[in-house]
Design a protein around this ligand. Sequence first.
Ligand code: HMG
Length: 416
Amino acid sequence: MMKTKWDHFYKKTYQQRLDLIAKEVGLSADQLNKLGNDSTVSRNLIENFLTDYPLPEGVVTNLKVNGQEHLVPMVTEEPSVIAAASNGSKLLASGTGIKAEVLSHLIGGQIVIKDFPLAKLTQFVDQHRPELFAVANGSHPHILQYGGGAQKVGVRKLDEHFTSVDLAVDPGEAMGANTINTMLEAVAAWLQQKLAVTVTMAILTNFEAERIVQVNGTVPFSALETQSMSGETVAKRIADASRIAEIDHYRAATHNKGIMNGIDAAVIAFGNDWRAVESAAHSYAAKDGHYRGLSQWSVSATGLAGHLTIPMPIGYVGGATKVLPLAKINQQIAQVTNVREEMKVIAAVGLAQNLAALKALVTDGIQKGHMNLQLNSLAMANGATREELPVVVDRLKKMKQPDSTDVKQILRQLRR
Ligand code: HMG
């Protein structure tokens, strides 16, 4: 491989790394001071560690799932997300509360095989299922202690060259990515030995169609009423918004982004891999070949009914949940004691988040509530100090569409 000046960067001490970066990009002593923040946990968690990057954590109030209240920690940089999730949770709590159920809890993975007769591979897998499961479980025996293990195997033709052997595993309380990858590699080696197959790759799939949570909730018309619209009208407009996300992928992408605003923030707070959750959600949204909204809203005789079915590939133990100091505290704040509870609570946040966004969209428009809460960050981004912030935001609220120029002008006046 070619030589670069960054060769073995990861072998340098923390201070050497900081000094090199500072020299390379010309960081001032003040910037270096802000950046420098050694942490044994983080240094050992990721590679080429420079600093911990702080993001704000807040808590969602009023979320009621299966009769129990949960305060859900959320980590996000976006103003209005937590307010909206709390708003949606309160609306749903005014109805029956959210009912949540884990429909399935298996992690899947695939061994892709090239140019091997499909019928022969299918027959072999069918006839050697117990042995195949034993190979998988034997490569990761801990999984059996936690009540998990290999559960299903199937063979799927991809095209005239490639076939996928799909394995599904109960990961117990863990997310299970490492577990299934270890198992897949063991089964791949075993298939190579038994059948002399050519394995192209063995890896988990983030299309998590068997790790599904379903949440349902209702909101009475009375709770949806605004100054200018009846609750029934708001409900009908939300049902229309839901329909649009079914038929138009432009809208479905935004609809689902709104759901993921809440889900990602909670997943991060619980120390989990939000890229896996994102990937699972979006691939599930396109499972019938057409990208659609993940939630559906409809109107009944008494109110609005919401429904969300979503994959939730998270773990209650293992991975970063063990090492990130806040992950365990956040589980305690949320009062979740196992992976299934955590899955349900996170999915419930997604439904509440979606409801608040849709209600804002079909009534006042998103900008009113969102921009009100954005004003703090607009003021801070333009240099308002903590002391100046309340006055600046107060003045911005009285303007029609305030921007950076307005903040700067207010600051000039204040500082005169
Ligand atoms: P409001 O209508 O002014 O309601 O809400 P409120 O003042 O009557 O408050 C209702 C409840 O909301 C409160 O109850 C709180 O629970 C919560 P209370 O405690 O007063 O009894 N709440 C707050 N919680 C914390 N801090 C606050 C706060 N304010 C209210 N400051 C609100 C205002 C912003 C909540 C509402 O307009 C809203 O929900 N808007 C949606 C905002 C949103 O979705 N933001 C996400 C970013 S936009 C986006 O990325 C997604 C999107 O594109 C997705 C899509 O298109 O589908 C929109």
